[in-house]
Ligand binder design. Structure first.
Ligand SMILES: Nc1nc2c(ncn2[C@@H]2O[C@H](COP(=O)(O)OP(=O)(O)O)[C@@H](O)[C@H]2O)c(=O)[nH]1
Ligand SMILES: [Mg+2]
Length: 220
């Protein structure tokens, strides 16, 4: 079972994009589950199914959605028992940083005994709002960008090529080696590329000792 996580500031388009991604992956024959913090924000025909302590909603195309109930490990384990998804897409809260997400998956993997492949962690950036956001939550967004395996510049449909370039250079100022992708949840741009990345690549592995060292070094 694969676990693919996205992060990024509130409003950057994670939920919208994940729904497109779920459709794409379902179309490719994967059994997809989505875990979000707030299922209420997902606007689809839904059939509610209770199983193994999970409230699961079936959304268009057979993909299922649920919220984290109890610990992340419990949710993942119950999801595996009840639905056997091939891939679980996870949208944690907007303030989550990749380091914490990697830790959560490493932990779930160890405690559940499940064979989990951790897909690259993708940080979503709002092309329109990044410069303003960097002024008031710069530290958080910088961490999200620096620790991500890839950065998705979303909402490109609302920006000119120059504005997209500008956004990318702000990202490169934070992390010169960032692996940048361009997308739009509105037009579907970047959905195929993200699906490819999340079904083939693996996240750099979480190593507690190493991560703690890096974390301390970078953030004190
Ligand atoms: N034009 C445009 N709007 C988008 C795009 N992605 C998300 N939105 C809108 O931005 C708002 C926040 O999106 P949401 O997916 O809830 O962001 P989240 O907080 O990161 O999950 C919603 O009103 C979306 O419709 C995009 O690529 N283009
Ligand atoms: Mg959301």
């Amino acid at each position: 079972m694969r676990i693919a996580q996205v992060t990024g500031f509130l409003g950057s388009g994670k939920t919208s994009f994940l729904m497109k991604l779920a459709d794409e992956l379902t179309g490719r024959g994967y059994k997809v589950a989505v875990i979000v913090n707030d299922v209420g924000h997902i606007n689809v025909d839904q059939k509610i199914m209770g199983s193994h302590g999970l409230t699961v909603k079936e959304v268009a195309g057979g993909c299922i959605c649920c919220e984290v109930q109890g610990t992340f490990t419990t949710t993942i384990t119950n999801l595996h028992i009840s639905h056997r998804p091939d891939i679980v897409l996870v949208e944690p809260s907007g303030v989550a940083i990749p380091w914490g997400l990697k830790q959560a998956v490493a932990d779930a993997s160890k405690k559940s005994g499940l064979d989990i492949v951790h897909s690259p962690i993708v940080t979503f950036v709002d092309c329109v709002a990044l410069s303003e956001q960097l002024m008031f939550v710069g530290r958080l967004i910088s961490m999200q960008i620096r620790e991500a395996d890839a950065v998705m510049i979303n909402k490109t449909d609302l920006c000119t090529d120059d504005e997209i370039q500008e956004c990318e250079s702000m990202i490169r100022d934070i992390d010169p080696d960032a692996s940048v992708m361009y997308g739009s949840a509105a037009t579907g741009k970047g959905v195929t590329e993200l699906a490819d990345l999340m079904t083939s690549g693996a996240s750099s592995r979480y190593d507690e000792a190493m991560e703690k060292g890096t974390f301390k070094e970078q953030y004190g």
